[in-house]
Design a protein around this ligand. Structure first.
Ligand SMILES: Cc1cc2nc3c(=O)[nH]c(=O)nc-3n(C[C@H](O)[C@H](O)[C@H](O)COP(=O)(O)OP(=O)(O)OC[C@H]3O[C@@H](n4cnc5c(N)ncnc54)[C@H](O)[C@@H]3O)c2cc1C
Ligand code: FES
Length: 353
């Protein structure tokens, strides 16, 4: 949309004419991707690389501000009239015109299953601005280790594509763990990259086909010079837990980590009563984070990452006492936005939900 048209449509005069609907509501009738400010995209290509994943190429609208390699977006789809947004890493390199994401089925999770089973060309998706600091802050280091498992390959792949696009691959080792060759996303692309680039060595370990899980011995064989390699690491929580101490024991170089799921922590406990004002529902705060308390009470609050990254669960607390589950710090708040997934009640709390 031309900036002058956007400015005109964004004026308070046009806003008043559109009321009680929004200008975006009218624009959507012309083209669902049109919006004055919201990044949205249309799926232009769908590939099912494995039986439990789907790769989407998305053409963003002009509100999309671009991304850095390895960053993630909150991708939203409307299911039964309700918007559900979840975090997914952008796999494409920043220089590519389309956004690429690959989504792996997560248990009986709502969004991943819907997209793996039903994503199709032409579908509208809602996007957030890209976030995250997994990206390389300078040009590629002389030596680097990219280490991933399962769907954790996505942000790491973006970093590699970025270096390749800039012809910066001098000495990169990419170690990836998957259950089997058939389960591995980006297997063919990685093999082709390794053939084309002398500076790239790809090592794949298939754990259901006899490959050893990540341990001291395998790491020493696969990456003997790890001490000299800054590392980009992403994988399931158990893989991250195993990899981090092994890397720390061998290298003082920077470890960049991207986490897809919260590290297991002691069950969160709250105390006091929680009142959800807009829904006129009350519940005991004992059963966990405020997000879990709300879900336990039958409400359907927004969420994306469930670990304090994406802000999708942000909600206003009218008044009350809350505990930050990451730091255990308790504070009294009034008319304050908090992330429900990382706070528990520390006394009576009134939430505007
Ligand atoms: C920064 C970041 C980047 C990410 N990038 C990617 C990526 O590139 N590709 C990718 O595939 N994933 C990625 N993820 C992970 C992805 O966001 C999650 O897998 C997401 O939860 C999938 O959404 P969903 O709706 O399918 O699952 P959700 O509905 O959110 O469910 C998540 C899990 O909880 C379980 N669950 C749901 N409801 C209940 C319930 N009531 N009781 C018990 N269990 C329940 C589900 O079975 C599922 O295992 C990323 C995550 C983060 C934080
Ligand atoms: S769900 Fe992402 S911050 Fe709470």
């Amino acid at each position: 949309m031309k900036p002058v048209v956007k400015k005109l449509l964004g004026s308070s005069f046009v806003g008043a004419l559109a009321s009680p609907l929004s200008v975006d509501d009218y624009l959507s009738l012309i083209d669902s991707r049109l919006s004055l400010s919201e990044p949205r995209g249309r799926v232009t290509h769908v590939v099912r690389q494995t039986s439990d994943s789907v790769t989407l190429e998305i053409e963003p609208n002009d509100n999309w501000q671009g991304h850095r390699p390895g960053q993630h977006v909150l991708l939203g789809v409307d299911l039964d009239g309700v918007r559900h947004s979840r975090c997914f890493s952008v796999v494409s390199a920043p220089n590519e015109p389309m956004i690429e994401v690959t989504i792996k089925r997560n248990g009986d999770g709502r969004v991943s299953n819907f997209l793996v089973d039903h994503a199709e060309r032409g579908q509208l998706v809602h996007l957030s601005p890209a976030e995250g600091d997994f990206y390389p802050h300078a040009e590629a280091p002389r030596k680097a280790l990219l280490l991933s498992a399962g769907s954790g390959i996505t942000p790491v792949m973006s970093v590699l594509r970025h270096w390749i696009a800039r012809d910066e691959v001098a000495d990169v080792v990419f170690v990836h763990y998957a259950r089997t060759r058939d389960d591995m996303i980006y297997a063919a692309e990685l093999e082709a990259m390794a053939q084309r680039h002398d500076g790239l060595r790809v090592e794949t370990v298939f754990t259901a086909d006899g490959g050893r899980r990540l341990d001291d011995a395998t790491l020493d064989v696969l990456v003997p010079d790890l001490a000299q390699r800054p590392t980009w690491l992403c994988g399931p929580a158990g893989f991250m837990d195993a990899a981090e101490p092994l890397i720390a024991a061998r290298s003082n170089e920077t470890l960049h980590r991207e986490q897809f799921a919260a590290t297991r922590r002691e069950a969160a406990h709250g105390e006091g009563a929680v009142r959800f004002l807009n829904s006129d529902v009350a519940a005991s705060g004992e059963s966990g984070s405020l997000l879990e308390v709300a879900e336990g009470a039958g409400l359907k609050p927004n969420y994306g990452c469930r670990m304090g990254i994406c802000h999708a669960c942000k909600c206003r607390v009218a008044e009350g006492s809350v505990r930050d589950l990451r730091t255990n710090r308790v504070r009294d708040v009034r008319d304050t936005d908090i992330q429900l997934c990382i706070h528990a009640a520390a006394g009576d709390v009134a939430v505007e939900l």
